[in-house]
Write a protein that binds this ligand. Structure first.
Ligand code: COS
Length: 384
């Protein structure tokens, strides 16, 4: 659903206030505690942030992707760990259910996800299956009215907080690749699930990942999302949407980096002048502004098409690739504009520089986006 323009504007104003009054002032505390303060999680629940994308009939705000993206571009002008906490419930953790779940599954889980009472995670990646997701080996063997899950999932965002996992597992051992994979919704307290230690990462403190290990984990057959053998397609549809969401996250982060760079350039004096008056600094600021504008325009074109039910796999990969590479360049320039100060932990740009590195990797590396784009172009050319 698209919000009325004035309602969206009011929502965005509220988000801007939250960012400046609460999220940014708590960034250092978040890093020290490696966690988000409880009162901020409560604020996010009150604002409906856990259910932005979940349909209204299941307790969410039911926003169209364009409105969600506009909100994310504001919300993500603060530490990305805040987004990570609400990200899986709105995106990869819930969308398998929203897109391909049956009514009973939706009624059972979506209200808890929308309110933030439950956290959902997406378990696709494995130690031996990263970019080559279709080679996954976690097995789901049918046993009467149940399946037995065995295998290990890796780098699973929000696993330490999760109440629910969307798990991709191989139901047909004789069919290699995508067609042998099915999707399941698995409650985290099911016997046979253990978590690995919290991963130690380069950045994004406050956002947690870990292994999820399934050992003879018995789940009801009703936990399967869609038909047997359709789980890989569910995962890919979830990722199409997720890649657009991540593009909005990248743009928000880039806006913040540019804002900090501009403020620093105006305050900092060298050779008797503000460094903002030096043309070499101005070139970096202008390049960053232009690239953000380009990413934003691309994203809003792709989300408009998505909201009109067009298939946007190619466009989603274009946006994810451009936006994640763009924010990497902007983070690099931000450190450069700050000079020695930018290398110091006292300045947010040092932390953001490490945080944004992940965007070029998760939800499909830049190289995977290139493959998706090129394959789609070749397919269209062959069919025309
Ligand atoms: N929407 C719907 N269906 C899709 C799809 C999409 N976006 N992308 C692929 N499919 C379908 C294909 O049509 C194909 O179906 P058929 O067998 O009926 O023809 C099937 O899925 C397999 O697709 P494909 O042959 O393209 O699979 P590949 O094994 O070549 O892998 C890539 C495709 C590389 C694109 C996929 O493995 C991928 O995205 N890898 C990265 C994974 C990732 O992002 N991981 C991040 C972790 S999650 S945070």
């Amino acid at each position: 659903m698209a919000l009325d323009a004035d309602v969206l504007e009011q929502f965005i104003d509220q988000v801007k206030r939250l960012v400046t009054e609460k999220l940014v002032p708590n960034e250092e505390r978040l890093v020290e505690d490696d966690d988000i303060p409880d009162e901020i999680v409560d604020d996010l629940k009150d604002l409906g942030f856990f259910g932005l994308s979940i349909p209204e009939e299941y307790g969410g705000l039911g926003l169209c992707l364009t409105d969600e993206a506009k909100i994310m571009m504001e919300f993500c002008q603060s530490s990305v760990a805040y987004r990570s906490r609400i990200g899986t419930n709105n995106g990869i953790g819930s969308q398998g259910l929203v897109i391909d779940g049956n009514e009973q599954q939706k009624q059972r889980y979506l209200p808890g996800l929308a309110s933030g009472e439950m956290i959902a995670s997406f378990a696709l990646t494995e130690p031996g299956a990263g970019s080559d997701a279709a080679s996954l080996t976690t097995s789901a063997v049918r046993d009467g009215d149940h399946y037995l899950l065995n295998g290990t999932k890796r780098f699973i965002t929000n696993a330490p907080q999760a109440d629910l996992f969307t798990v991709m597992a191989r139901t047909d051992a004789s069919t290699p690749g995508a067609r042998g994979v099915s999707a399941f919704i698995v409650e985290a307290d099911t016997p046979g699930i253990t978590l690995g230690k919290k991963d130690k990462k380069m950045g994004q403190r406050g956002a947690h990942t870990s292994d999820v290990i399934f050992e003879n984990c018995r789940i009801p057959a009703t936990a399967r999302i869609g038909d047997e053998g359709h789980g890989f397609k569910t995962a890919m549809k979830v990722l199409d949407r997720g890649r657009l969401h991540i593009s909005a996250v990248c743009i928000g982060q880039a806006e913040r980096l540019l804002k900090d760079s501009l403020n620093y350039a105006i305050e900092r004096k060298q050779f008797g002048e503000r460094i903002a008056d030096f043309q070499l600094i101005q070139a970096m600021l202008a390049d960053s502004r232009t690239e953000i504008y380009a990413a934003r325009s691309m994203l809003l074109d792709a989300t408009r098409r998505y909201d009109q039910a067009e298939r946007v796999s190619e466009e989603a990969s274009c946006c994810k690739m451009f936006a994640s590479e763009m924010v990497g360049r902007i983070a690099d320039r931000a450190v450069q504009i700050h000079g020695g100060a930018g290398y110091m932990a006292d300045y947010a740009v040092e932390r953001f520089y490490r945080d944004v590195r992940l965007f070029r990797i998760y939800e499909g590396t830049t190289q995977i986006q290139q493959l998706v784009i090129a394959k789609s172009m070749i397919r269209s050319a062959e069919n025309s």
